[in-house]
Write a protein that binds this ligand. Structure first.
Ligand code: BDP
Length: 647
């Protein structure tokens, strides 16, 4: 499945806007054939979560089905082409009908799916699109949950700490594509070994210098899969630089690998979102154009070397956030305004990285990260697989076979979601690691059995990126059975908050000891969560939890510790901004661990982080400029020597 785009052979239109909508908690619509048309429907904007849009509707707590409906004219000019209907996300499972005909079913709330609707939606006629979206989580879904019957009706319980927003969160597309066409695309990039001196050693303190890689010869390997009868067809791949100058070209049979040699390539690197444009053409034996597809390609490598994480063979140090797709009213509905604003805020902080905690984000977000040269840890939606957070709903073992355990069905769903995630995100240079889960119970035999095949699967699907997962605090070094399997350690730690509450001196000692223990494993460590709740406007002279000062001081204490542990190559504060959660005794209108409010205004910690991270970014820029300058001088010397008339 390829992303929709416009081009010489393809056209696409977004079906975003206000759709007809009706909640159906009793599941009436399934028997009453609402698939043909939803009676007495109200309205709902797409994309958005439906939870907070209609005041007083109770939809925030809704469990079960909702129905969406709209009409669309299929352009008459699309005759003879295939018509695809794509949902960038339907949270959390959906069935789609076009003119009463079922065209798609999909389980999982954060990844796209599409249907070929050519027969159901003839060109030149109106088509009625109806979507049933369900949001029930079970122990077989990713993420897990349990539906309980209470005096107030059915309630969805879940073990993750963000509101279970639901609905059509991302764009819906109708596209015309040629009958014989590209339908998958794999791109792998490699840089020639560097003859340069080893990169600058990381100094301790405030991030350490990280230099951008200099230009190097590169190879781009392209494999484009084709749907339809492509016998005799030829694929041409052309790579253009950012100034649209052709730098490489080659051709091959449909489905075969094409290797493009790119001399003196400009790598994609942290803070430098340089990308080439890859243009693909598919022509039949007579030379007629069957399909064309274009995508941006960042040339870069990622590698773990001992306790270092190397991008383009240069050690990187991640500074940034765990985030959420979460905004007032829209919930998890993607919005370009808010996404661009959040990314500008990352720049304001001097951040260079984030994790898509705890589910795949809208692809538009990854586009922004690609463009900005941000380092992204892409996470699967497997969050809350841990009895510790389940309030007794999961058996103490968490994983295994049984009515209160997460077992083989969940594991199969988890594998499916990882396949879909990698298929969607592998083309993004910003994605530098795959996180297969957040904070599972990871210290048992059953957890080892559950995760081992998933780690293998990700490695097999993408040998070019490290595999990781975020470790939860009770799964200590030596006990945790999953950390030995992964390449990069993510540890979520709340010293000074859930542990040593209000005592930053003890917290510092404990954090130092724990990180030293993790460092023994000889792998790079990203502290992927640390932080404290702070209610904006609460101030205190003493170290009082919930005050802005306490949050600021806890972050400062933590980063002071990180700077003394060379294996800690990343710090992700939890969280960029306050976010909505299920109601709870330790939640005040949501989780307040944002260093920004939910409205994206700074708390005291934000200013302190900005100072630390901008200083680090500045040092990186200086180091990168130095390296570029050296490279330019060496290169210049070489070419001068080649010219006979140069003294
Ligand atoms: C961690 C979770 C994260 C929570 C955070 C918290 O990974 O989703 O929001 O704690 O408690 O356990 O704030």
């Amino acid at each position: 499945m390829l992303r929709p785009q416009d081009g010489p052979t393809r056209e696409s239109t977004r079906l975003d806007g206000v759709w007809r909508f009706r909640a159906d908690p009793d599941g009436t619509g399934r028997d009453a054939a609402w698939s043909r048309g939803v009676p007495d429907a109200g309205r709902m904007p797409v994309p958005s979560s439906y939870g907070d849009v209609l005041p007083g509707s109770g939809l925030r707590q809704h469990v079960g089905d909702v129905w969406y409906e709209r009409e669309v004219w299929v352009p008459s000019g699309w005759r003879g082409r295939r018509v695809l209907l794509r949902f960038d996300a339907a949270a959390h499972e959906a069935t789609v009908w076009v003119n009463g005909v079922e065209v798609a079913r999909h389980v999982g709330g954060y990844l796209p799916f599409e249907a070929d609707v050519t027969d159901a939606a003839p060109a030149g006629e109106p088509a009625r699109v109806v979507v049933r979206v369900g949001n029930e989580l079970t122990l077989a879904t990713i993420p897990p949950g349990v539906v309980e019957t209470t005096a107030s009706g059915r309630r969805q319980r879940y073990f993750h700490d963000f509101l279970h927003y639901s609905g059509l969160h991302r764009s819906v597309w109708l596209s015309a594509v040629p009958p014989v066409r590209f339908d998958t695309l794999d791109v792998a990039t490699e840089l020639a070994p560097t003859g340069e001196p080893p990169p600058v050693e990381r100094a301790t303190g405030e991030g350490g210098p990280v230099a951008r890689a200099a230009r190097r010869d590169a190879t781009v390997r392209v494999r484009a899969g084709v749907a339809g009868d492509a016998s005799g067809a030829v694929v041409t791949a052309v790579l253009l630089d950012a100034d649209e100058r052709e730098v490489a070209r080659d051709a091959g049979d449909a489905g075969a690998a094409i290797e493009l040699a790119v001399p003196d390539a400009h790598p994609w690197a942290p803070g430098d979102g340089y990308r080439y444009l890859l243009r693909l053409e598919l022509r039949d034996a007579a030379g007629d154009l069957l399909d064309a597809y274009a995508t941006r390609v960042g040339i870069r490598t990622v590698r773990v070397d001992g306790a270092r994480l190397l991008v383009n063979d240069v050690p990187v140090r991640l500074r940034g956030f765990g985030r959420h797709e979460d905004h007032p009213v829209r919930g998890k509905g993607h919005d370009d305004v808010l996404a661009v604003h959040d990314h500008e805020l990352l720049g304001w902080f001097g951040a260079n990285s984030f994790r898509t905690s705890h589910y795949p984000y809208a692809e538009e977000v990854l586009d922004l990260a690609d463009e900005d040269g941000l380092l992204v840890i892409s996470e699967s939606p497997a969050v809350g697989q841990n009895a510790v957070f389940s309030g007794g709903r999961l058996g103490a073992e968490t994983f295994g076979e049984g009515p209160d355990l997460i077992g083989a069905d969940a594991q199969a769903a988890h594998a499916r979601v990882l396949r879909e995630l990698l298929a969607r995100d592998a083309l993004h240079p910003s994605v530098i690691a795959w996180s297969i889960a957040n904070e599972p119970a990871s210290s048992t035999d059953a957890a080892e059995r559950y995760f081992a095949p998933l780690v293998d699967l990700v490695r097999e699907l993408d040998p070019s990126r490290p595999v990781t997962f975020a470790n939860e605090t009770s799964n200590r070094p030596g006990r945790c059975r999953v950390t030995p399997m992964v390449d990069l350690l993510l540890v979520n730690r709340y010293l000074g908050w859930y542990v040593d509450t209000g005592d930053l001196v003890s917290a510092e000692e404990h954090l130092r000891a724990e990180l030293a223990a993790w460092a023994e494993l000889g792998k790079p460590i990203v502290v992927s969560e640390f932080g404290a709740d702070a209610v904006a406007g609460v101030h205190h002279l003493d170290p009082e939890p919930w005050s802005e000062e306490y949050q600021r001081d806890l972050v400062a204490m933590s980063t002071r510790v990180f700077d003394t542990v060379p294996a800690v190559i990343g710090e992700h504060v939890w969280n960029l901004a306050d976010f909505a959660t299920a109601p709870g005794l330790i939640r005040v209108d949501g989780n307040r661990k944002g260093v920004l409010t939910r409205q994206r205004q700074p708390k005291a910690a934000a200013w302190a982080l900005r100072e630390r991270w901008r200083a680090a970014a500045e040092r990186e820029r200086a180091a990168a400029t130095g390296r570029d300058e050296d490279h330019r001088r060496n290169h210049q010397k070489g070419s001068d020597r080649d010219r006979p008339d140069t003294p």
